[in-house]
Design a protein around this ligand. Structure first.
Ligand code: PMP
Length: 344
């Protein structure tokens, strides 16, 4: 068993080195071998542990941070949790400016992890002084020696994955990986991992997963920001209404768009078939595999690595709630044909 004879100094020693697990059933009707990089094995249960630890340690190396200093970010999601966790161990104050749309559960969780949470109105524009962007910026300016993680516009987000996720996958597949499929939010995961892998073998295909309602895929294809692409959607952590500089569009070969509904059913199908309780975007990434598989894009000898970014426990009141699924109308179209389609 992994770690059987080891004692760790603290939880941060367990960040990274997540397992690569073969998917035995969910994609079995397609040609190729499929493996999930299961990021919920990080101590903070998501891939964001990697960037929180890396960015904070880089600031320490540069002498920007000393114990007692403040770390600031604008997220109620996985990144917030990971920064709070790293801050506790390393003795920093963690301030998170979050939108009033964030669920009470998430805010409670962050406060439990020692973060100071500023709840900012969701309905104001990004340049309004009350917005969470502006609150974070102001706090950063006011506090000398503070670090603003700014994950969407921080090159270190890419570097964290270039230094860890990429080499891990290369070693775990013994250099035999042929495809990387990953959701793109900030773009840090896919860009950093792709950069490392393509340096080892430029023929590896890198496929990003985007949401309907996000501008990322269109921008990749045209290098133009098309506002018409933007509309509300439900999957959190996937896609964006702006172009993050933490996405290196040149390292990604193509994007596939997935729907909220199919991704939700796919997340549930992963639990039922593989026994892996993963988050909504893992369902989105797997849905992309299904779409590519149906286009016969994989061959027998291919080794496809799919990033599963976080754990299912964070979605109990959403994807894993029948009530929520019903409210979204996601059960309405279920008939025998669709049930068969999603069950594999
Ligand atoms: N899935 C989830 C659940 C996330 O929180 C994120 C990060 N926003 C992603 C996927 C995408 O990762 P990245 O930001 O590195 O593109």
């Amino acid at each position: 068993m992994k770690h059987r004879n080891q004692v760790f100094d603290n939880v941060l020693d367990l960040v990274g080195n997540t397992p690569l697990i073969r998917l035995n059933k969910i994609a079995s009707k397609f040609k190729g071998n499929f493996f999930a990089k299961v990021e919920s094995f990080n101590p903070g249960q998501s891939s964001k542990d990697r960037i929180a630890l890396y960015i904070i340690e880089q600031a320490e190396k540069k002498g920007i941070l000393t114990p007692g200093d403040t770390i600031i970010e604008t997220t109620s999601g996985n990144t917030g949790f990971s920064i709070a966790m790293v801050s506790i161990i390393k003795g920093y104050e963690c301030i998170l400016a979050v939108s009033s749309k964030s669920s009470a559960d998430k805010i409670d969780m962050l406060r439990t992890m020692g973060a100071k949470v500023y709840v900012c109105p969701a309905h104001v524009s990004a340049d309004d002084p009350r917005s969470y962007y502006q609150v974070a910026k102001r706090l950063h300016e006011e506090r000398k020696g503070s670090v603003y993680i700014n994950q969407y516009f921080n090159q270190l987000n890419i570097d964290a994955h270039y230094k860890s996720t990429g080499p891990e996958i290369w070693e775990q597949t013994e250099g035999k990986i042929t495809h990387l499929v990953a959701c793109s939010g900030t773009g840090g995961t896919i860009s950093g991992t792709a950069k490392y892998l393509k340096e080892q073998n430029p023929n590896i295909k890198v496929i990003g997963v985007d949401a309907f309602g996000s501008v990322i895929k269109k921008y990749h294809e045209t290098r133009e920001f098309d506002e018409k692409e933007i509309y509300p959607y439900r999957i959190e952590g996937l896609g964006k209404n702006l172009i993050p500089t933490a996405t290196d569009f040149d390292s990604i070969d193509e994007f596939v768009k997935v729907t909220d509904e199919e991704s939700a059913h796919m997340a549930r199908a992963i639990a039922k078939t593989e026994g892996m309780f993963v988050g909504y975007t893992s369902g989105a990434a797997m849905q992309a595999i299904k779409q590519l598989g149906e286009e016969k894009r994989f061959k027998k000898t291919d080794n496809v690595v799919i990033i599963f970014p976080d754990h299912g426990s964070r979605y109990m009141s959403k994807v894993y709630s029948d009530k929520w699924m019903n409210e979204q109308g996601f059960f309405d179209s279920i008939n025998e044909e669709t049930t068969q389609k999603i069950q594999y």
